[in-house]
Design a protein around this ligand. Structure first.
Ligand code: NAD
Length: 488
């Protein structure tokens, strides 16, 4: 029996079912309830979306009218804020995001940040006068113009859907591009509702934003390969990022990649061990560890290893895993059966590699429905173990000893990733010096939070290429043109 599609695609300004009429279910990961369906976009739908974005860029005044774009972005922010209660419940249910996070990075903060990108577009120096010079004896007046890149393909994961969708849409639109958004199949509604709001409550012209939900990852590949797309902004796993970069090479399009991580949390020997380890536990399992920048390797002074294990394990056990709708929950479910099974594979691997669990190590008691993993602390492994090197993307932390600042930096940097990190110490200058030596895109010192619209975020090494957010993130979506006028 076919079911009516609950949420539709946004193609060329219209909310529409998929070309084949298909739909796929979206599931509440806390209890496996079916929330409803999303349109199952096909290659024909993706083709239409790209065509619409191309026309909107080439044939309308969108790219040349920053004042109108600023107004549209502010409209979008206000419309999302008006619907924040509904969006909050949707996010808790579809993403399994703990309620407390929806007041920050899972909803309210990225919506508010649209205003920051609007303000940036308003004050940005789109054209700079370099003045006169006589290159090769030819008198010239030189100008630098910044222009939008064109059609942007935005491919996003499921873990922080509003944050990542909006951290791409905001700067891409502010810069004057048009966008095709392809969200992850696990969280289609967060993107589809954005399409609904854009269509119904903003003046964003047809084709400027297109949203193609689909159960088919192949539509992401199609977006990367299509020659009508000028830039791909991708957030997801390092493995997929590699494929995206290779496919983009055929049409030499720009790629901007935000990928995985296995970040270190360094506790120096002069730190308040109790405070640092409790913070490491809290920050390590927020949203069930499903954050790319989460610090999942805890490095503590060797002579206090046992004490650190005890404090961290007690904190994790106390936090536990709970219903995402509950105000007190820090760690909710993981997104899917597939992710739960993958994490359980790593728990088996940890034991095979000689590790033990100081707490957790399985599914929480009494959770027969939904996708759950207990907050887990793995001990007894070195940084060579796969469990300590590979991204698990669940509430699983590995705690390891270090022999002083140099050794802690060595272990932290001994990773193919370079996304984020944390340093805790009693002497701020010393903690800062350690932070400066980490080969990562962001570092928090003594609990400092770097996440903000004006702070560029991104990875060194295999954690990515380019920066999201901040002026640097905005400029990812711009081309640079030099103009020289001959003078006498
Ligand atoms: P994923 O790589 O499986 O999928 C991400 C997106 O890519 C999805 O929309 C998917 O449909 C699409 N996709 C899959 N195959 C594709 C292909 N061949 N070509 C183009 N698109 C394709 O990632 P995920 O499981 O959805 O998300 C978890 C991963 O995302 C983790 O590795 C995490 O670290 C990473 N992540 C990184 C950041 C960051 O900013 N650095 C933020 C959040 C998540």
């Amino acid at each position: 029996m076919s079911r009516t599609t609950d949420r539709l695609l946004l193609l060329d300004g219209r909310l529409t079912p998929s070309a084949g009429g298909g739909a796929f279910e979206t599931i509440d990961p806390a209890n496996e309830d079916v929330l409803g369906t999303a349109a199952d976009g096909t290659p024909a739908d993706m083709d239409r979306a790209i065509g619409a974005a191309r026309r909107a860029f080439d044939e309308t005044s969108w790219a040349a009218d920053p004042a109108f774009r600023v107004r549209c972005l502010r409209q979008l922010r206000e419309a999302m804020q008006r619907r924040s209660d509904e969006l909050r419940e949707l996010t808790i249910r579809e993403v399994g995001a703990p309620r407390f996070l929806t007041f920050g990075g899972q909803l309210d903060t990225p919506v508010d940040d649209l205003g920051w990108f609007a303000g940036l577009a308003e004050s940005y120096e789109w054209e700079r006068d370099l003045g006169r010079a006589e290159p090769m004896g030819m008198p010239s007046h030189r100008w630098i113009r910044r222009e939008p890149v064109g059609v942007v393909g935005a491919i996003t994961p499921w873990n922080f859907p509003h944050q990542i969708n909006l951290a791409k849409l905001g700067p891409a639109l502010a810069a004057g591009n048009t966008v095709v958004l392809k969200p992850a199949p696990d969280t289609p509604w967060c993107a589809a509702v954005l399409g609904e709001i854009i269509a119904a409550e903003t003046d964003i012209p047809p084709g400027v934003v297109n949203v193609v939900t689909s159960s088919d990852h192949g539509l992401g590949a199609q977006l990367v390969e299509d020659p009508r797309v000028d830039l791909v902004t991708f957030t997801g796993s390092t493995a997929t990022g590699r494929t995206v970069m290779a496919s983009a090479a055929a049409t030499l399009k720009r790629v901007f990649l935000e990928l995985g991580g296995k970040s270190a949390f360094i506790v120096l020997d002069d730190a308040d061990l109790r405070a640092a380890c409790s913070f490491a536990a809290f920050s390590g399992i927020a949203h069930a560890g499903q954050g790319c920048a989460i610090t999942t390797r805890i490095l503590v002074p060797r002579d206090r290893y046992d004490e650190a294990v005890e404090i961290t394990a007690k904190s994790l056990a106390k936090l536990g895993a709970g219903d995402p709708g509950d105000d007190r929950t820090i760690c909710g479910p993981v997104i899917s059966a597939r992710q739960r099974d993958r994490i359980e594979g790593y728990l088996r691997l940890a034991v095979e590699e000689g590790g033990s669990f100081a707490c957790g190590g399985g599914r929480p008691a009494g959770r027969d429905k939904g996708f759950w993993i207990e907050p887990t602390l793995v001990t007894g492994l070195s940084n060579d173990a796969r469990t300590a090197r590979e991204e698990i993307f669940g509430p699983v932390l590995v705690i390891m000893p270090h022999d002083g600042d140099d050794d802690a930096v060595r272990i932290a940097n001994d990773s193919p990733y370079g996304l984020s990190g944390a340093v805790h110490g009693g002497d701020l200058e010393r903690a800062r010096a350690v932070a400066a030596r980490l080969r990562t895109g962001t570092v928090g010192v003594n609990g400092g939070v770097w996440y903000s619209a004006d702070v560029p975020f991104g990875g060194y090494k295999q954690s990515g290429i380019g920066r999201e957010m901040g002026v640097a993130g905005f400029e990812e979506y711009l081309e640079t043109k030099a103009i020289a006028e001959g003078t006498t």
